[in-house]
Design a protein around this ligand. Sequence first.
Ligand SMILES: Cc1cc2nc3c(=O)[nH]c(=O)nc-3n(C[C@H](O)[C@H](O)[C@H](O)COP(=O)(O)OP(=O)(O)OC[C@H]3O[C@@H](n4cnc5c(N)ncnc54)[C@H](O)[C@@H]3O)c2cc1C
Length: 394
Amino acid sequence: MSTATADRAPNRLDAADEEQLLRSIGRWLEREVRPVVKRHDHEDLYPYAIVEQMKELGLFGATISPDHGGLGLPAGTYAKLVMDISAVWMAITGIFNSHLMLALAVEKFGTEAQKKTWLPRLASGEIQGGLALTEPDAGTDLQAIRMTARRDGGDYVINGTKTWISNGREGSCFALLVKTDPGAEPRHRGMSLFIAPKGKGFSAGRKLEKLGYKSIDSAELVFEDYRIPKDHLIGEVEGLGFQQATGGLELGRINVAARGVGIAEGALRMATEYAQLRKTFGKPIGQHQAIQLKLADMATRARAARLLTLDAAAAFDAGRRCDLEAGMAKYFASEAALENATEAMRIHGATGYSTEHDIERLYRDAPLTCIGEGTNEMQRIVIARQWLKRHPIA
Ligand SMILES: Cc1cc2nc3c(=O)[nH]c(=O)nc-3n(C[C@H](O)[C@H](O)[C@H](O)COP(=O)(O)OP(=O)(O)OC[C@H]3O[C@@H](n4cnc5c(N)ncnc54)[C@H](O)[C@@H]3O)c2cc1C
């Protein structure tokens, strides 16, 4: 059903190597991450020490090719890694995933010189980056962005504001979507994507306050006569920015799906444990049918979300087109995260509502997975369109 995608070679990792990698991530999570999550989350502190450890572990180069200093992980391994981390602390996956979206745009669409200049420094974490698409008046409707880049000799001069940009304050370089031809029709033909390092005329504005997804910074980015050389235009051809910015969507959606799986499984694990410990009316609450029904739904959702996500990742790794599969995985897994977090809270009763328990963080973090990489409303529309396209009659 899926067609081959020419620009992606099949990508695999030996099962033993994958297991070893996931084991070492698991040990790191238990030793370094789990003990500090609550304090960082509740105080909204940026996890500097953890970020340095993630660099050491190679996570900033997880999906960057080894030719450019990365780990070159297949999407399937990357998804499992994101699931494991998200079951403990979803927010920190955003620190390296947004960064990897910038790297993907450079690796997939950049010139050889751009790859050589930027990818090794991104892979090591020397440069921390992100993806700057959204503006105050343009989120889902990306083609409505207003930020402009005007050619001036060998440079471009950029003006405008981005908002909700992950790593906006802590990051130093962004894939920046702008209009190089604001009057173009169709609108996407006037859009271009730049590699934009921070410098004169480019500053991070205020840090945005959020319900959850704490510790990672989400910020406004302000550009006032920001000047960059023309060799920072990805691919050095104007008008391809929309395709370049959305060209990483399949992997981006697999990543958000994996975050959803992590939350759904984390919530299930806590609820399973609590259902066997907490007693009412002389028996563990897990012996009451009402709680069993919840656990059955939660376990089924978590498993289905995992399988959908790995299915999309397998298609991606085989070099097949997987926009439909990645969309389904993202949609289902993010809704599973939200539902499992809510049900886990109910199973925990008052304990689940306490800020001393991890459930309340999962409950605050889960909704983001329904918004990021395309809202679930749009996701369903995209799934339906793709579905109809792949199933024409006669
Ligand atoms: C914590 C966080 C981190 C983020 N990080 C980044 C980042 O790193 N980089 C970045 O560029 N952006 C980032 N974003 C922004 C995110 O991508 C946008 O919020 C998202 O694309 C939705 O856009 P919007 O918020 O403007 O909602 P809108 O586009 O205004 O949509 C509002 C509602 O209308 C619905 N809707 C819109 N159009 C349609 C339609 N045609 N049919 C049906 N329903 C529709 C939407 O589904 C939604 O329910 C982040 C957001 C958050 C909350």
